[in-house]
Design a protein around this ligand. Structure first.
Ligand code: 5MY
Ligand code: ADP
Ligand code: MG
Ligand code: MG
Length: 369
């Protein structure tokens, strides 16, 4: 690229990046966001010079924790996105959202009421921007009772297998009432006790296994008490990105035998299981346990949940009842999970973003520029 053209392009980038340039002038402290956006601008210049034909298609503003930025926004994803004309820009939480961008998509996973209100207001003022995903839809899966409600309502029982949720009971307060409440509800031990609300904290993932009824009064509400389902120690993590589904196997809690149940009492907190480090994809497993859930079943489940939950980005923790071929339970739904560990997520995610904007343009051609 000749110097004149390069300068002309620099001007064009500066113009296009109006919001970000203004941000540079306005922002007194040279913060992380500014540095990030400078880096992005120079990367864009570089990619133009290398490819010769740069065409930016969409700008994705993101509001994610630093942990999530590290695991999700990996260099391979950013590089691929850049080649496809997608630019990721960090949202500055200290400045009004409407002064930033303009964005085509806002990608976010932050908890807290303040952020929710900001996004709701922004969504109303900027209907042309796709907010991934709507805050109230995300809120619905941050509660372990409501997250499974849609699976229970689905009644998926004639689609290459049956999918349900374990029987469960919500305890809002008074731990002393738990043993009676469990008897009345007719729940069978052992039970998994899970904090009712998932708020991104380590505490919301502190789960316990309860072997006897009396010890249940030692638990700290608000919580969900869920029947433990023997599943051969293997769990299926079903990642969903729009219409794409990817399944991986993870190790999980081992089965609890009748004898073990008789010989044990108490409530035992267990460490985080089924994390990425517990991959069981390459393990030598009993085929009856390891066989993935049937594809048509997953497709129907994902399609229905996408529609009912109003979410594009989530995963489902699913187990097969040990000793059955086709009896499945959904035990957990996570919003914007650890996609960095989903095989091929870079291509899947970038294609998904492009597809979103294309389908929006088809629906509202007047917005095309
Ligand atoms: O820590 P990661 O990257 O494995 O992702 C966590 C998820 O793990 P997974 O992708 O299912 O293996 C994790 O899934 P689980 O609840 O462990 O099944 C949660 O989604 C977690 O988010 P939060 O703490 O509930 O807000 C996710 O944490 P964040 O990345 O959103 O902080
Ligand atoms: N009803 C259940 N039956 C058997 N195992 C369960 C059940 N619920 C949870 N588990 C085990 O506990 C782990 C964590 O539970 P989960 O509901 O997924 O909570 P989290 O949101 O912290 O991942 C699961 O990965 C699984 O190994
Ligand atoms: Mg889980
Ligand atoms: Mg979870």
């Amino acid at each position: 690229m000749r110097l004149k053209e390069e300068n002309a392009y620099k001007n064009e980038v500066e113009k296009e990046n109006g919001g970000r340039v203004r941000l540079k002038e306005e922002c007194r402290c040279k913060g992380e966001v500014e540095k990030e956006n400078e880096r992005v601008t120079s990367q864009r210049l570089y990619s133009t010079m290398v490819s010769g034909a740069y065409q930016q298609k969409l700008v994705v503003g993101y509001a994610l924790t630093s942990k999530k930025v590290k695991s999700f926004l990996q260099p391979k994803l950013e590089g691929l996105a850049r080649n496809k004309g997608i630019l990721f820009v960090a949202i500055d939480l200290h400045r009004p959202l409407s002064d930033q961008g303009p964005f085509d998509i806002v990608l976010h996973k932050l908890t807290g009421k303040e952020w929710r209100l900001i996004l709701e207001d922004y969504g109303q003022r900027h209907p042309e921007v796709t907010v991934l995903d709507p805050p109230d839809a995300i809120q619905h899966v941050y509660n372990r009772q409501s997250m499974l409600q849609d699976v229970a309502d689905l009644n998926l029982s004639d689609c290459y297998g049956k999918v349900g949720v374990p029987r469960q009971l919500v305890i809002k307060n008074d731990p002393l009432s738990i043993p009676d409440a469990v008897t009345r509800a007719g729940l069978t031990l052992p039970l998994v006790a899970k904090p009712l609300v998932v708020d991104g904290s380590a505490k919301s993932h502190e789960l316990s296994l309860a072997y006897d009824q009396l010890s249940l009064s030692m638990l700290e509400p608000p919580l969900v008490l869920q029947e433990f389902v023997n599943h051969g120690g293997v769990l299926f993590k079903v990642f969903i990105v729009g219409e794409t589904i990817k399944v991986v196997r993870r190790f999980s809690l081992p089965d609890v035998s009748k004898r073990e149940l008789l010989n044990n009492a108490g409530v035992f907190q267990f460490p985080r299981v089924s994390t990425a480090a517990a991959s069981a994809d390459d393990a030598d497993l009993d085929p009856g346990i390891a066989e993935l859930p049937p594809r048509p079943l997953l497709e129907k489940l994902a399609r229905e949940l996408r529609r009912r939950l109003g979410l594009h980005l989530f995963n489902i923790d699913m187990i097969r009842e040990h000793g059955t071929r086709d009896r499945f339970y959904v035990i957990d739904i996570n919003y914007f999970p650890g996609y960095g560990k989903m095989p091929g997520y870079e291509h899947i995610f970038t294609d998904f973003l492009l597809g979103l904007v294309q389908s929006k343009q088809k629906r509202c051609p007047a917005n095309n520029s």
